[in-house]
Design a protein around this ligand. Structure first.
Ligand code: SF4
Ligand code: SF4
Ligand code: SF4
Length: 283
């Protein structure tokens, strides 16, 4: 299997035939009948038995949607049991046997990709895995969706090759393509890239300006890194408050909150004695 494989989707070429969708379903044994969308679900057509979909924009552009196989995936970072893994070659895969169904991955993905198998008695998270097992074992030399496309709207190669191909297409037809390759830097870069004649802000949950180029796990760590300091800082503050109260009470001639003297412990001793007495034990 090639290192750092990538898929390039060319929106200008896609005719919306959904051969890619059908090929994915056949290859991965997914039900041909799609589950009915849940109320409030994203209308992008992805679901547990449809790992790639074609979003039809009002201006007749067809945009194939699938997992972007991020360089630094937020879903992997969010999964507390390691059910989602970034493979050494690049694709992001999923191990159902580890998944505990918390769905943190679904909340963390900046592109809204993972879907829950609501129709199953033993539900799991489902998404495109870039045909990882098939490519690794040699059963396929490219993802099934790429081979099936009659319009060559989707291509496969190393990420470097796909970036070069995307740049070449834009340079050759600058009047057709927008001067942008989607996936170069977004959230740290992705292995599913796009060139297009229409804006593809719809691919993310948030506008690109909000998503930014920084990997989301890095942002998470920026926040988490502060936790120990906040934790120990709060501990130090509480210790200081305790020390001041204790000192004031000592100066006032009373006993402090940490005083182990008989005066402070009288109530405790009395109840202890009462308990002991009640049990008939010698005082
Ligand atoms: S697109 Fe979402 S599900 Fe796919 S690798 Fe990135 S974070 Fe994970
Ligand atoms: S790469 Fe494989 S798993 Fe992903 S959408 Fe294409 S056929 Fe399906
Ligand atoms: S098979 Fe190719 S042309 Fe047909 S919908 Fe998929 S990407 Fe578009």
């Amino acid at each position: 299997m090639i290192e750092h494989p990538a898929i390039l989707n060319d929106v200008t070429l896609c005719i919306g035939c959904e051969e890619c969708v059908a090929a994915c379903k056949r290859t991965h044994g997914l039900a041909l009948e799609d589950q009915a969308p849940r109320e409030g679900a994203s209308p992008d057509g992805l679901n547990a038995t449809r790992w790639t979909s074609v979003v039809r924009l009002p201006n007749h552009a067809n945009v194939r949607k699938q997992c972007r196989h991020c360089a630094d995936p937020a879903c992997v970072s969010a999964c507390p049991v390691g059910a989602l893994q970034k493979t050494p070659e690049g694709p992001v895969v999923y191990d159902k046997s580890k998944c505990m169904g918390c769905r943190y991955c679904m909340m963390s993905c900046p592109f809204g990709i993972p879907r829950y198998d609501w129709g199953s008695l033993t539900p799991s998270v489902r998404k495109c895995v870039m045909c990882y097992d098939e490519l690794r074992s040699g059963r396929l030399d490219r993802p099934a969706c790429v081979s099936a496309c009659p319009a060559k709207a989707t291509a496969f190669g190393t990420r470097a090759e796909m970036l070069a191909e995307a740049g070449r297409r834009i340079a050759e037809r600058p009047k057709l393509y927008l001067p942008r390759i989607w996936g170069v830097d977004e959230v740290g870069g992705t292995s599913v890239l796009y060139v297009s004649h229409v804006d593809l802000a719809m691919l993310g949950w948030r506008p690109p300006s909000v998503l930014g180029d920084k990997p989301l796990p890095e942002r998470t760590w920026d926040a988490l890194r502060q936790v120990p300091f906040e934790f120990f800082g709060m501990g130090a503050l509480m210790t200081g408050v305790w020390w001041i109260i204790d000192r004031r009470q000592r100066l006032a001639g009373g006993t402090g909150p940490g005083d182990e003297s008989p005066g402070r412990g009288a109530a405790g001793s009395a109840s202890g004695s009462a308990d002991a007495a009640g049990k008939g034990e010698p005082s």
